[in-house]
Design a protein around this ligand. Structure first.
Ligand SMILES: [Zn+2]
Length: 198
């Protein structure tokens, strides 16, 4: 009985320190991990669906534990589709940007693609990434239109390649968005707070 109590206490201490560590987990800039990667952070420009600049810098920041999975996706491409590389569109998203996006899409068909800031998005935690593929010249692959339309076989193959590389690296794809991948699932983020802008 005493042993059981001690074991439980130990488990509790371990769990508490794990959670404390998880909350402190830093955001890292993924561009340092592979020089071939292309940054196309549209929310740092006016070329996005809001027509407004929402980010101060065109950087892709992710939690360290999520970022470190990405080289595995690139290694998959190196092996199965030589010359292909990752092209980043959106990573950590400050809650302030989430609120601005929500105000713009609220009540429109695009609202299904933007999380209500009251609930938040996994992007606010630095745990999700929106990305596509680029060829060895750094040119974006044709994945078809983001929302509607019939796809060609080449577009289907390109989307499949991206999905295979990311799933191989341990990411989970969001079913309605071919470009969105979670590095940590929602329930594992319980107890954490959205990241503050670094
Ligand atoms: Zn996303």
């Amino acid at each position: 009985m005493c042993f059981l109590r001690l074991s439980l206490a130990f488990l509790l201490v371990t769990l508490t320190s794990f959670l404390a560590l998880a909350k402190k987990e830093p955001l890292v800039d993924v561009s340092a991990l592979d020089k071939r990667w292309v940054m196309d952070i549209r929310y740092a420009t006016t070329k996005n669906f809001t027509g407004k600049v929402l980010y101060p810098a065109a950087r892709c920041l992710l939690l360290a534990s999520v970022a470190k999975k990405l080289p595995k996706a690139q290694a998959y491409l190196d092996k199965h589709a030589k010359g292909m590389r990752l092209m980043f569109k959106d990573c950590y998203r400050p809650l302030s940007a989430q609120k601005k996006m929500w105000e713009i899409v609220k009540g429109t068909p695009k609202a299904r693609y933007v999380a209500n800031p009251k609930r938040g998005s996994i992007h606010n935690y630095g745990a999700a990434v929106d990305l596509t593929l680029a060829n060895k010249m750094g040119h974006e692959l044709d994945m078809g239109t983001p929302f509607l339309g019939k796809l060609t076989q080449a577009q289907v193959d390109n989307r499949r390649l991206l999905r295979r590389a990311m799933v191989h690296a341990g990411f989970k794809q969001l079913s309605i968005e071919w470009w969105h991948f979670d590095g940590i699932v929602w329930r594992a983020l319980k107890g954490r707070s959205p990241k503050r802008r670094p």
